[in-house]
Ligand binder design. Structure first.
Ligand SMILES: Nc1ncnc2c1ncn2[C@@H]1O[C@H](COP(=O)(O)OP(=O)(O)OP(=O)(O)O)[C@@H](O)[C@H]1O
Ligand SMILES: [Mg+2]
Length: 275
């Protein structure tokens, strides 16, 4: 049995100065060690707030968070945060270095890692995200997508046990995004990391192990991507229809296709069969 690296139980949260309304209302879920968990849901459903609580940036009004078996408390929050590498929604607020290379090195310097290891980790991380030739550039002058790549490199270089991506590839074009996500997945698999990724990208959801849907401050469901894509209320959940669903709908009159979600490959195969 895989153990739960994160357990979230009955979290309640509301922001200061907000109305009486709870932003998180009894949020409960778990993340298994080595899992890639996607979190999807409408704007404002509480996705970012949930991961900020896990990273100890916010404190819940009630409920509990367990990280690697220990309950997150005010005393151990700094130690626990070292297990987590988080990439935020807005890449502009997360640069500290004068150059791309310095920026990626920053977290490693803080961990007191020796110089040779640092150089090789930084080079490797920049290579992984396809930003090696930008190492001497100033982060502020990069495009949104390039900034996101550098922010991901900063986290990958640290090799944390848990990577949290909060719409961390939203500014990349679809191909660049899928490519980067597949690369992060390979690193995750080779280092037995766990990934939590908040995303609107269906290709990414498709390659994750499990998907949580958040709705109005609650976990609406937990399922495989396949189960989620077979639902008839995707729009209500703030999600687009996957490409293969769209194709299926437009071919429904002329082809007798199986019900439920089909991957693009499965759709292709059923079309061949029915021809
Ligand atoms: N710092 C803040 N102060 C007050 N209210 C906030 C703050 N941050 C978020 N909120 C409110 O909390 C609710 C949930 O926000 P959150 O950012 O967790 O949602 P989200 O699911 O990540 O949405 P999105 O898809 O837009 O990123 C929203 O109504 C938002 O307006
Ligand atoms: Mg958000």
């Amino acid at each position: 049995m895989m153990k739960n690296i994160i357990e979230v139980r009955n979290l309640k949260y509301k922001y200061e100065n907000e109305s009486e309304q709870y932003i998180l209302n009894d949020v409960t879920f778990h993340v298994k060690q080595g899992e890639w968990l996607s979190i999807v849901g409408h704007n404002g459903s509480g996705k970012s707030t949930t991961v900020r609580l896990i990273d100890g940036l916010l404190e819940a009004e009630s409920g509990e968070i367990f990280i690697a078996g220990d309950r997150l408390t005010a005393e151990n929050v700094w130690e626990k945060r070292r297990h987590i590498g988080m990439v935020f929604q807005n890449p502009d607020n997360q640069f500290v270095g004068a150059t791309v290379e310095d920026d990626v090195a920053f977290g490693l310097e803080n961990q007191g890692i020796d110089h040779a290891t640092m150089v090789s980790r930084v080079t490797e991380a920049l290579e992984i995200v396809g930003m090696k030739e930008f190492k001497d550039r100033e982060p502020a002058r990069l495009s949104g997508g390039q900034k996101q790549r550098v922010a991901i490199a900063g986290v990958v270089a640290l090799r944390p046990d848990i990577i949290i991506l909060d719409e961390a590839t939203s500014m990349l074009d679809p191909e660049g995004r899928l490519d980067l996500i597949q690369t992060v997945k390979r690193i995750k698999d080779s280092h037995n990391m766990t990934v939590i990724s908040i995303t609107h990208d269906l290709d990414e959801v498709a390659l994750s192990d499990r998907v949580l849907v958040m709705k109005k401050g609650r976990v609406e469901s937990s399922s495989t991507a396949k189960e989620l894509f077979s639902r008839s209320d995707l729009e209500e959940l703030g999600l687009d229809q996957p490409f293969s669903n769209q194709v299926k709908v437009s071919l429904a009159e002329d082809f007798d296709l199986p019900t439920g979600y089909l991957t693009e490959k499965e759709l292709q195969e059923s079309l061949w069969e029915s021809l």
